[in-house]
Design a protein around this ligand. Structure first.
Ligand code: UD1
Ligand code: CA
Length: 457
């Protein structure tokens, strides 16, 4: 195989996004656009991958880490100028260079492979990936001669009326003979409406030098969508979302309403799990088999076992075991570990706590900074009082303990194995195992109290 290089352009500000966040870092299905491009191009196998950074260079580098090499484009003088920044690394090399823009997050490995094959086959110095756009506004147009051969690419802003009517667009993805690319780049001028050095001008330059210029037209325009503004960002999200949902459905996951189901590109879901409408699965979430998730549930960076049910709830950065039942309307906050067969019912909040096998908090509780053993029953309205205004303290509830309704467990405190806490207690001292603790005011009944009041009047 010939040397293969990839250059990804990611130095632009993305003015049309009207955002503090640099364009290529805007996420599509939870992953920055440029990262989608890097990951996809990596799949085809390249000996070196260089990302051109400029605006937000530090953030882009941090995001991509060691998945790419970087060169800096200090001033954004155009896409041709951007590629030229990789000259010190690449100029002397023999091989093929694939160039992509960091704002085309939907491109797939398969299409890139077809492009490369076509490029090899036609022995061209450049092969442009093109597509037919219903609305080509904003894209560079592919200008062909009477025989259908490519002559050049004209940017929308530089196009005449006839050129504007062309629907075949430049996707911004190209294969070049590496040496021909850098040879031609040096001749690109900025004599155009935007005063920029355009990479697409390389096509016309090579053509005029008598080189073979070739086109590979993909039937899938949607895969090549360039994101310049937030309308296109939403379009990309929609297409990627559909792709991800289809992947899971073909893998054996039931998605009741794909339109209202949002699954991050990094999530994994086991077979025969059912996702109900209005569910958002973010980050690196892993869900086992035979689970029921949703409706209206938000999971972020969670590990969930099998046969668990999570309805109308929010679960963040936590681990949930097998056959767990969560919700409706529960909130599991980060660093919680909910073990097997636990029930966390309506209006229960759990934070940074371990809940042991088979334990239950079925209604209206706050469990924070707690270690709850196995088979514990936490009655309705019970609360771990974990914070004194300055520090957080641990509550331990040992195996088989029973916490009566509406109890306060003032941490640090331990309720021993199989101990009972009477309803309405405020527990401030440890409760020994197997004990019954009652910590509430004694009930006093004043007989005939109301009648005596009446007599006085
Ligand atoms: C570009 C193409 C256009 C094509 C379209 C496909 C040019 C001149 N035009 O237009 O033919 O149809 O993409 O989506 O290439 N960038 C840099 N440095 C720069 C300028 C841009 O790194 O100096 C990066 C941007 O961060 C972006 C990419 O290059 O990721 C494309 O730039 P953008 O301004 O979005 O080009 P388009 O106007 O979309
Ligand atoms: Ca663009």
């Amino acid at each position: 195989m010939k040397n293969r290089f990839a250059v990804i352009l990611a130095a632009g500000q993305g003015t049309r996004m009207k955002s503090k966040l640099y364009k290529v870092l805007h996420p599509v299905c939870g992953k920055p656009m440029v990262q989608h491009v890097v990951e996809e191009v990596t799949k085809i196998g390249v000996s070196q991958l260089i990302t051109v950074v400029g605006h937000g260079a530090e953030q882009v580098k941090e995001q991509l880490g060691n998945t790419s090499d970087f060169v800096l484009q200090k001033e954004q003088l155009g896409t041709g100028h951007a590629v030229l920044q990789a000259a010190p690394q690449l100029e002397q090399q023999d091989g093929i260079t694939i160039v992509l823009y960091g704002d085309t997050p939907l491109i797939t490995e398969a299409t890139m492979k077809s492009l490369l094959e076509h490029h090899d086959h036609t022995k061209a110095k450049v092969t442009i990936l093109t597509a037919i756009a219903n609305d080509p506004t904003g894209y560079g147009r592919i200008v062909r001669d009477d025989l259908g051969k490519v002559e050049k690419i004209v940017e929308h802003k530089d196009a005449n009326d006839q050129e504007l009517s062309i629907q075949e667009i430049n996707t911004g993805i190209y294969c070049f003979d590496n040496k021909a690319l850098f040879h031609a780049l040096k001749q690109v001028s900025n004599d155009n409406s935007q005063g920029e050095y355009y990479l697409p001008d390389v096509v016309g330059i090579l053509k005029n030098e008598g080189e073979t210029v070739s086109v590979y037209q993909t039937p899938s325009f949607s895969e090549t969508l360039g994101v310049n503004n937030r309308i296109q960002l939403a379009e990309a999200e929609q297409i990627m979302k559909e792709r991800i949902n289809n992947y899971h459905m073909l893998n054996g996951v039931t998605i009741i309403d794909p339109h209202s189901t949002y699954i991050s590109s990094n999530a994994q879901i086991g077979q025969d799990t059912t996702i109900h409408p209005g569910t958002i699965i973010e980050g690196e979430t892993v869900i086992g088999t035979d689970c029921t998730i949703g409706p209206h549930t938000e999971l972020k960076n969670c590990q969930i076992g099998s046969q668990s049910v999570i309805r109308h709830s929010v679960v963040h950065q936590s681990e949930i075991g097998n056959e767990v039942n969560i919700g409706p309307f529960a909130h599991i906050r980060p660093d919680s570990l909910i073990k097997d067969e636990v029930k966390i019912g309506n209006f229960v909040e759990v934070k940074k706590s371990i809940i042991g096998d088979g334990s239950k908090a079925s209604h209206l509780s706050y469990i924070g900074d707690a270690e709850v053993g196995k088979g514990v029953n936490i009655g309705c309205g019970s609360i771990t009082v974990n914070y004194d205004g300055q520090n957080k303290y641990l509550t331990k509830i040992e195996d088989g303990a029973f916490i009566g309704c509406n109890s306060n467990l003032v941490a640090p405190v331990t309720v021993g194995e199989r101990a009972y806490v009477a309803a309405g207690s405020t527990i401030t001292k440890d409760v020994p195992g197997s004990a019954l603790s009652i910590a509430r005011a004694q009930q006093v009944n004043k007989e005939q109290y109301v009648n005596r009041l009446r007599k006085k009047k």
